[in-house]
Design a binder for this molecule. Structure first.
Ligand code: F6R
Length: 261
């Protein structure tokens, strides 16, 4: 795992977008794993700008989102399909037929989860997976105690997650209590993972995820097992990390990051 500390949220999101742009230029057929949530909005803004000003081309790439609520129509403003259309898909030249999210309205949800896994396999696996992190340490909707080898399935949301996302729905009682999510095992099979966290509300959980012991209570800790995972934080989210000086030295000196400094 590598950790990059950026001065602020804008710089952190811009760096994630530049990594996506780099990988997409290197491989126009990139299979991109996407996340939603407020942290990612800034990344998508940067990607849209790169498309508009530097002709970043999405026409051949495919996307798979981490998760979707159970029971929401894609047109619902809180559905993750709606979020992706609003923040990215409708502003770039991705082929809508190559964009995938789990179908939270499927009558057979278990079959839908199996189908989603099979689709990822059929596309050759995910090349680059973007991740946020919840306040209780989830990646996707892999809530505490999710098996670290879990696959795409339906998960009940914890009180912490309900509280985190309820404002968007106008209250917890109006919010779905379940979601389809890629499993931890599915996520860590991606060839590269990039997790973005910003703001002081994420400082504690980032310290646990990066420097704490691997535990299913904080599913982001499973990323410590990943051979190519980069965690990008702003100063606020990185504030409780013990080895900040070491992380900064690596970013400032290792040739891998030369083009990104
Ligand atoms: C969303 C997802 C979640 C979010 C996480 C952080 O697709 O997978 O794991 O990334 O809950 O959400 P924000 O950015 O809203 O704090």
């Amino acid at each position: 795992m590598e950790v990059i500390i950026q001065p602020n949220q804008e710089a952190a999101a811009a760096l994630v977008a530049r990594i996506v742009a780099h990988d997409l230029r290197a491989n126009p057929h990139l299979v991109l794993g996407l996340a939603t949530g407020s942290t990612m909005e800034c990344v998508y803004r940067h990607l849209v700008r790169l498309h508009q000003t530097e002709q970043l081309d999405f026409s051949l790439c495919s996307t798979f989102n981490l998760d979707e609520y159970v029971g929401l129509f894609p047109s619902d403003p809180n559905a993750y399909r709606h979020y992706m259309d609003r923040h990215l898909f409708r502003h770039v030249n991705v082929d809508p037929r190559n964009t995938h999210l789990p179908n939270g309205l499927a009558t057979d949800l278990e079959a839908e989860c199996r189908h989603y896994e099979a689709m990822i396999q059929r596309f050759g696996g995910i090349d680059l997976q973007l991740l946020g992190i919840g306040k209780a340490g989830h990646i996707g909707f892999n809530e505490p105690l999710s098996a670290l080898r879990s696959r795409t399935r339906v998960k009940a949301l914890t009180p912490t997650t309900l509280k985190q996302n309820a404002p968007l729905f106008g209250g917890e009682d109006k919010m779905p209590r379940r979601a389809i999510t890629m499993g931890v095992g599915t996520i860590i099979e991606a060839r590269r993972c990039v997790l973005l966290a910003t703001g002081d509300s994420k400082a504690d959980v980032i310290a646990q995820a990066v420097e704490g012991p691997i535990t299913s209570m904080v599913t982001a800790t499973a990323l410590q097992l990943h051979p190519r995972c980069t965690v990008i934080v702003d100063e606020a989210a990185g504030a409780q990390l013990k080895e900040q000086e070491y992380y900064r030295w690596i970013f400032d000196n290792e040739p891998e990051w030369e083009g990104y400094r």
